[in-house]
Ligand binder design. Structure first.
Ligand code: 13P
Ligand code: SF4
Length: 352
């Protein structure tokens, strides 16, 4: 006889100390408990859709409290995750810093795999979970530890900086890490005339435009940001000259040339809050505008929509399963983690 799906899930959940598997009905109790959260996302989620998200939001929040877990959520996650279940939201640097500070025994990383690895590198004794380990990154996939060793041989004595969008293997081979928030500061902190900054050729060319240090780079690119063009931005500006354009430094140089401001995801958000533009175009992953719009009701957002397919693998049902079944655990070879930790900690400690 075929075992019904709900029974099968409940039996499995019981083995992980959760019994039964959460009932995902939209009850009056769940409607009431999640009503304040719905207020924060009603600008992007129609009322008709909320009963689908709300039971997940409710049970994820309940379970994370029971498990003593903390959810770190990147700025690119969809609003029901960003506003519904996050303990900490932020850019890669903020999430790494919060992972390092956290007292929680379990970290659920709702970003992509390199972000979960960074948390594990900084917190080797904690359980770090990612709801879908296939959430990769075209930058992290563009380079291996072996490539870095060959680069070092080709450029003896030149310090190597790795963007955090890299695997633990790569972080283990470099001198220090950086994020888009602190790349210029990290490069200049080395006191060298020449620095290798990998793997993003566009981030590297932007950093080169901000410093006198000579930058050698790699050929990686972000598959989301490289799709924007200067031509499309000029068309937006011609249609409305009052529009303000802000861009992530992973964009190609002709895109950054059109931007009024360039910065990491957290810096772009801060810029919107500080400047309160009438109309803004955020040249980055498109869920971010949905999230910022919730807190900037007087700003009009123009949204050319490029989604990151890797970030979008992280969804509420997978986050719930992550907490029920304690999956998928991030494991790094301790020898590699130890060497990678030096590079990440050197970055995190730069200004502390
Ligand atoms: P931030 O460090 O700006 O959050 O960027 C991470 C990222 O993956 C951008 O595509
Ligand atoms: Fe990687 Fe680009 Fe996705 Fe960021 S947006 S995770 S850099 S593929």
């Amino acid at each position: 006889m075929k075992v019904p799906e709900t029974r099968r899930l409940s039996d499995a959940a019981e083995r992980f100390g959760v019994k039964p598997y959460p009932d995902l009905a939209y009850t009056p109790e769940i409607a009431e408990a999640t009503a304040p959260i719905y207020e924060k996302v009603r600008h992007v989620i129609p009322a008709l859709e909320w009963p689908v998200h709300a039971p997940y939001v409710f049970h994820i929040n309940r379970l994370k409290a029971e498990r003593g877990a903390i959810l770190l959520v990147h700025n690119y996650q969809t609003p029901e995750i960003f506003y519904g279940v996050a303990d900490i939201v932020g850019d890669s640097l903020q999430l790494a810093q919060e992972a390092a500070k956290s007292e929680a025994e379990i970290i659920v990383q709702c970003g992509v795999h390199f972000m979960a690895e960074t948390s594990k590198i900084l917190c080797p004794e904690k359980t770090v979970l990612i709801p879908d380990s296939r959430a990769g990154c075209s930058l992290a996939a563009s380079i291996t530890g072996e490539d870095v060793r060959l680069l070092r041989e080709a450029h003896p004595g030149v310090p190597i900086v790795a963007y955090v969008n890299t695997s633990a293997d790569v972080k283990a081979e470099v001198d220090i890490c950086c994020t888009s928030s602190n790349a210029v500061e990290v490069v200049e902190s080395l006191g060298a005339k020449e620095v290798i900054l990998l793997p993003d050729r566009y981030l590297a060319s932007w950093v080169a435009s901000q410093t006198d240090v000579k930058i050698i780079t790699w050929h990686g690119a972000c598959e989301v940001h490289e799709r924007f063009t200067g031509e499309e931005l000029r068309a937006y500006r011609e249609a409305d000259p009052s529009i303000r354009i802000i861009a992530h430094p992973e964009c190609p140089p002709d895109v950054l040339a059109e931007a009024d401001y360039t910065g990491s995801t957290a810096k772009m958000i801060k810029w919107v809050h500080d400047e309160q533009p009438k109309k803004v175009l955020m040249v980055t992953e498109c869920s971010m505008a949905d999230n910022v719009a919730g807190e900037a009701p007087d700003v009009e957002f123009v949204r050319p929509c490029n989604l990151c397919p890797h970030m979008k693998r992280i969804q509420l049902p997978k986050i719930l399963d992550s907490l029920v079944f304690m999956t998928e655990e991030v494991v790094i070879d301790p020898m590699i983690a130890e060497r990678a930790r030096r590079s990440v900690e050197r970055m995190v400690n730069l200004r502390s």
